[in-house]
Write a protein of this length. Structure first.
Length: 263
């Protein structure tokens, strides 16, 4: 009888352990499967873009061309179900977000504005001609002309130029590269963790060219210079198990798809 009771006890203990282990395994598997896929777009073309003026925290509305390209993007994104949309709180980004979602047919998904996705602050250069700011940077860094400076930026990125802007800024408001990267990456990570905890899914996001490039420059763990982003182009970024993977950068195929649909 004692032997029988011991056997029953052992079966109970090991059986319970197996159930607990299975529950933990299932829970762990569910956590790992909560993938967040970001579609991060640059805003549409603005008046200041058209006038070739510095546009960081200063703002301007979209031009008719900027509205049109945002509509193309919305049409091109049809078929992708978004759980939520996040946008920089600057007007050009929120305007783009609303146009894209309207064109796509998404009328009910929540839109969250955040200053963490803002463009770089260029301080006293805000609203000035781009030629003035980049000309000053070229002189400071001892380049012969802005063409040579831009060639260097394509290879080495904007880290040094933004240091110069911060140095020359008369308002003490300009941000350097590390400040922008820390701000935007912290924002992206907070959103990714929140959405992963809520079950994952597809997230639409609208930001700004230089800030997006800076945000994604080493998000996967490696330092990778990023190229210029066209207005309304998209970066596809995957978040899973605390890690980011950049699948595409500055992709204009969604815009082209939207154009074809409208034709």
């Amino acid at each position: 009888m004692k032997t029988y009771k011991i056997l029953l006890l052992l079966v109970f203990l090991f059986g319970t352990t197996s159930i607990v282990t299975a529950q933990k395994s299932t829970k762990s598997s569910e956590t790992k499967s909560k993938i967040v896929t970001f579609y991060i777009a640059r805003h549409g073309k603005t008046m200041l873009n058209t006038l070739d003026r510095v546009q960081g925290w200063s703002d301007a509305p979209l031009t008719p061309e900027g509205i049109e390209v945002a509509e193309y993007l919305g049409k091109g994104l049809r078929g992708i179900d978004f759980k939520a949309a996040y946008t920089s709180d600057l007007g050009r980004a929120t305007q783009t977000t609303n146009i894209v979602l309207k064109a796509k047919g998404d009328k009910k998904i929540p839109i969250i504005e955040t200053d963490g996705l803002r463009e770089t602050n260029f301080g006293s250069y805000e609203g000035d001609l781009n030629s003035k700011m980049w000309g000053d940077i070229a002189i400071y860094l001892h380049f012969k002309n802005t063409e040579d400076l831009f060639a260097d930026v394509k290879v080495n990125g904007v880290k040094e130029p933004l240091k110069v802007v911060k140095t020359l800024d008369k308002l003490n408001m300009a941000e350097d590269y590390d400040q922008v990267r820390t701000r935007t990456q912290n924002t992206l990570k907070d959103i990714a963790e929140k959405e992963a905890a809520n079950g994952g899914g597809n997230i639409f996001m609208v930001g700004h060219g230089m800030a997006i490039g800076t945000m994604l420059s080493n998000i996967s763990g490696e330092e990778v210079p990023r190229s210029h982003m066209a207005n309304a182009s998209v970066c596809k970024v995957i978040y899973q198990d605390g890690k980011f993977t950049v699948e595409s950068f500055g992709d204009t195929s969604y815009i082209e798809k939207g154009k074809k649909e409208l034709k």
